[in-house]
Write a protein that binds this ligand. Structure first.
Ligand code: SF4
Ligand code: SF4
Length: 352
């Protein structure tokens, strides 16, 4: 089902949804001296006019599912911490782009769809509805299509929003879920759009994404033995400061550590780019250099994750690690260097 909305219709719909849901959307926010686009809860109806959908948000919404600092509760001997019953309003995330949707799907694979279920993640995920957003142009440094993400269209979220010159199309992908959450009845009376009109918009956008100067030539998973024996990682990663910014902004990086405050157990983001990440209590560190940490980061995304999760890459090509790195270390160049070392042939467009 396709619906057609004016800007006013969208605002009215969000206003209605706010009665029952916490709506979380991208806003321009001042952080220190910088303006950033970040997901924030909508606090009042007036703020609906300031939602900013034009550019890719600086950070994905991952911290709403895996908070950077999460109090898990009091730990008792022999029992895992369990989340308290969900007390907050259920949440709607507006304007989530395909790369970040793929990031959340990767988290689902890791935290709820395999042997171990993380009850804290599961609770947040089950209480969230995602409204996707179709990209109209390529974000800086992104290469999403190279890792199988379609930036323009997405059927994996219950609702998908496509901004036009005037107004929006809204595609309903999962009527059952929307009915269950009481959202379908709020949408049904909006004006109908046509499949043909939406398809024309999608095709036009897809043209804009055809040109890309970066390609990944190797099949996944990247070969592990050669990564250790044939690649000079220092040559391409020597400038890395080990600051971890790339991993904190990455929508697919999920490494964390536990720490205790008295009996209270906490979980906080950690990073494979930190030297302490692998340091043993004995003082021995199996990844003692920064280039070894870089090798781990690249191989986790393009070798170990695909091996463990049915060939799926552990990178969604959002480009944030490139945009945010203080020394301009570019994962596309590291991939090209890896490929050149392994197959001995140049990767067009990736050098320089
Ligand atoms: S952001 Fe750049 S400098 Fe910092 S750890 Fe990542 S690659 Fe290294
Ligand atoms: S590795 Fe870089 S490009 Fe890939 S998902 Fe993470 S931040 Fe985005």
């Amino acid at each position: 089902m396709i619906k057609k909305l004016t800007n006013q219709d969208l605002k009215a719909l969000l206003k209605e949804l706010r009665q029952e849901f916490l709506v979380i959307a991208p806003f321009k926010v001042k952080q220190g001296r910088l303006m950033k686009v970040l997901y924030q809860p909508v606090k009042n109806d007036e703020q609906l006019s300031s939602i900013y959908l034009t550019d890719q948000p600086d950070a994905s919404p991952k911290e709403y599912f895996l908070p950077r600092d999460d109090k898990l509760g009091e730990e008792t001997a022999g029992a895992d911490c369990e989340p308290a019953d969900w007390q907050d309003q259920p949440r709607i995330f507006l304007g989530v782009r395909s790369c970040d949707i793929a990031g959340i799907e990767l988290f689902d694979d890791v935290f709820i769809e395999n042997d171990y279920i993380d009850p804290f993640y599961q609770q947040r995920r089950e209480n969230s509805i995602i409204i996707g957003y179709s990209c109209s142009e390529k974000a800086d440094n992104s290469f999403c299509q190279e890792v199988g993400v379609n930036p323009v269209d997405n059927d994996n979220v219950p609702l998908m929003l496509y901004q036009k010159e005037e107004g929006f199309f809204l595609k309903i992908n999962d009527e059952d879920k929307l009915k269950e959450m009481g959202i379908l009845e709020k949408i049904e009376n909006l004006a109908d759009g046509t499949d043909e009109d939406l398809e024309a918009l999608i095709n036009e956008r897809q043209e804009a994404f055809k040109e890309d100067d970066f390609t990944i030539k190797s099949e996944l998973p990247f070969p592990e033995k050669e990564a250790f024996s044939s690649v000079n990682w220092e040559e391409v990663t020597a400038s890395c400061l080990g600051c971890g910014v790339c991993t904190f902004y990455c929508p697919t990086c999920f490494c964390f550590k536990f720490f205790w405050e008295d009996v209270e157990k906490n979980r906080a983001w950690d990073s494979c780019m930190f030297s302490l990440f692998t340091e043993h209590a004995s003082g021995h560190n199996p990844r003692e250099s920064q280039e070894q940490r870089w090798r781990q980061r690249l191989m986790h995304k393009f070798s170990y994750h695909p091996k463990n999760y049915q060939g799926e890459p552990g990178c969604v090509g959002c480009g944030r690690c490139v945009s945010k790195c203080p020394v301009n270390l570019d994962i596309r160049k590291v991939i090209a260097h890896f490929e050149n070392s392994i197959v001995g042939e140049g990767v067009k467009g990736n050098e320089g």
